[in-house]
Design a protein around this ligand. Structure first.
Ligand SMILES: *Cc1c(COP(=O)(O)O)cnc(C)c1O
Length: 384
């Protein structure tokens, strides 16, 4: 079986974890936590980084820090992993679902149109004219590692005091390469950014996450809230309700080793993407989706797009066929505005997301994929 996405643990992971075990530093403090955070700042160019237990927790804490409260609304794309939306609801806020653009990312033009038509700016905040609720934040997701159109979005939100929390869980290594954001890493453009080190992401700590921000007060609050909001560490005085969301030193040790390998992973993912593309583009009815030209993509996930009328199989049929051939594939996530917990939430002109959901199948993308794996998958697609 060629799996969709598995980790590659071939660097200093053993050595660093052994060091944790040998020294007894296994819990939520230690030099690897500090080193993971500082190495992460160096790689992404963010001023501050706070390690936490997973990407979902990172999103929850970041949204709370930028001021999302119970009863607020938060704009989210309908096409994303449900964790993005769950993080909003953990705070008692309501998601408002937005359509996506051709790169699977939140549609910035429609977001602008929505803000224009359905909201008003009053007393320093943006309010929904329909529900009367405050629109406190937006969570653009850099889906599959494709960079969202952040420059337009940030300008739009700054004018209206809508905070921007980037869900960069899939985009570690994706950097803008043109315009005013040239050189900026995804996740470092909005008010705060969140990363994930789950087993299927480009680097992994087993489970883990990171909050990045250039605002020192936000970073300080992230540290405080993720460690049970201790105001006096010795006497256990707490002035707020915090969380036990810190990453352990053992996980951070794996993270430090994985971050050392990241440049190599990025190169392998890019080479594999190009190898797939060359083979797939010769097959009628199939294309490998391209990322936006304004960024250098991390190529975390490879999105195959199917035209069933030409290819002869639709997404479900192709997935079933490939499963029989030993190739694991996955459709994109079921649209969140249709999920049972969110059916009654508001959504705005969702069209493109339906098309991409129907057309897309993610194909094996692990960094350790061999050329013969790629040949095998491409050959099965050709015969399919
Ligand atoms: C992986 C992922 C998350 C959640 O990260 P965890 O570390 O698994 O909690 C959130 N959003 C998106 C888009 C993801 O892909």
């Amino acid at each position: 079986m060629i799996p969709l996405s598995v980790p590659t643990l071939k660097g200093n992971e053993w050595k660093y974890v052994k060091e944790c075990l040998d020294t007894g530093w296994v819990s939520s403090a230690g030099k690897f936590v500090d080193r993971f955070e500082s190495d992460f700042c160096a790689f992404t160019g963010s001023r501050h980084a706070v390690a936490c237990v997973n990407g979902t927790a990172a999103l929850q804490v970041a949204l709370r820090i930028v001021g999302v409260c119970a009863g607020d609304e938060v704009i989210v794309p309908t096409l994303t992993f449900i964790a993005t939306v769950n993080a909003v609801t953990y705070l008692g806020a309501e998601p408002v679902f937005m359509d996506c653009d051709e790169f699977y990312n939140i549609d910035v033009r429609k977001t602008a149109e929505f803000l224009e038509q359905e909201t008003e700016f009053r007393d320093g905040s943006t309010w929904s004219r329909v529900t009367g609720r405050r629109i406190a934040a937006i969570v653009p997701v850099h889906v599959f590692g494709n960079a969202a159109r952040m420059s337009e979005l940030v300008a739009l939100c700054r004018e209206r005091n809508i905070k921007v929390v980037e869900d960069s869980t899939e985009s570690l290594g994706t950097v803008y390469c043109s315009g005013e954001l040239d050189g900026k890493h995804t996740g470092t453009v909005g008010d705060m950014g969140c990363f994930s080190f789950n087993g299927n992401k480009i680097i992994t700590t087993g489970g883990g996450g990171m909050i990045v921000t250039d605002v020192p007060e936000y970073a300080e609050r992230a540290r405080y809230l993720t460690t049970q909001a201790k105001d006096d560490e010795v006497r256990y005085v707490h002035n707020e309700v915090g969380y036990n969301f810190r990453l352990t030193n053992v996980q951070a040790a794996i993270g430090v080793a994985q971050l050392e390998l990241l440049p190599e992973f990025l190169e392998a993912k890019r080479a594999n993407y190009l190898a797939y593309q060359e083979r797939i583009d010769r097959i009628d009815g199939l294309i490998l989706a391209e990322g936006p030209a304004y960024a250098r993509n991390n190529h975390w996930m490879y999105a195959l797009q199917i035209d069933p009328a030409v290819y002869g199989k639709d997404r479900e049929q192709l997935m079933e066929y490939l499963k029989g051939e030993g190739v694991q594939t996955r459709p994109v996530w079921y649209l969140n505005h249709l999920q049972v917990p969110f059916r009654d939430c508001r959504n705005y002109r969702i069209e493109k997301a339906f098309q991409l959901l129907e057309a897309t199948l993610s194909i094996p993308c692990s960094a350790n994929l061999s050329e013969s794996d790629i040949d095998f998958v491409a050959e099965r697609l050709r015969r399919g």
